[in-house]
Design a protein around this ligand. Sequence first.
Ligand code: SF4
Length: 286
Amino acid sequence: MKPADRKFLEQFEGRVRKTIRDHKLLARKDRVLVACSGGKDSTTVLYLLNKFGYRAEGLIIDLQMGSWSGQNLKNILEFCNSKGLKLHTVSLKDGYGFDIKRIRSLVAGRKDLTACMVCGVMKRWVLNRKARELGAGKIATGHNLDDEAQTCIMNLVNGNPKLGINMGPRTGLVDDPRFVPRVKPLFFSLEKDSRRYSELMGFTVLYRRCPYAGEGQRWKMRDFLDILEERQPGAKSRIVDSTLGVFREIRKGVRPGQIRHCSKCGEPARSETCKVCQVLGELEAF
Ligand code: SF4
């Protein structure tokens, strides 16, 4: 390996360690469930947390989207086998009666819902429930700086900047025994760096997007931010840092809020029913 590449690996790992340390993301005693997709970011998180000495296991939700999902599942299974890491799998269809193909057909023609929105809330719901069942005290995800910058811009474009109040390398303002806190060790790492790390480490992962990625708003933001970053280097980082700064001030003195429990499924919710029950209820009625 070239010296420059070795140096890059050290710097990348150093940034992830610093994120975990500075933001107190994890304690040694924590049992951590890493939300794996089979992609570069979550595979890197699973690898690094174990390298750093944390008790981290993987969980992959099989989205059953043909060969793309099948290959991701195969890749992460082989990765975990080769490293002696524990991997849990859960199928969206077998466990919950829905797969993304069915969701796509149900949301077809709707302007207010996309398959990605439904997929996102369902994945969060499943992850929280499985983490609790498995006794994990934290969920670690592979969200990187690009993902966070996209979220900031999406919140602004959609006229909902307040949605960013919980933004950060760890979830805040929620205090509930049924809610498993989420942490993001790659929060300050650019996607291109995470990719380079994964490539240099020789991880067998798919680098192409989910076949339905183009349908979500996030992916338009991603293209927009890539152009912006090219013209104004550091733009993604400044967007995230300044948003964090604004909400840090607002959060000062605000105590973690109590959350409600969904009257249908019992999972943490911000209103009478959780997002998943709302969306599934709407889709069934549609
Ligand atoms: Fe789900 Fe959309 Fe992500 Fe594909 S791109 S995995 S459909 S959220």
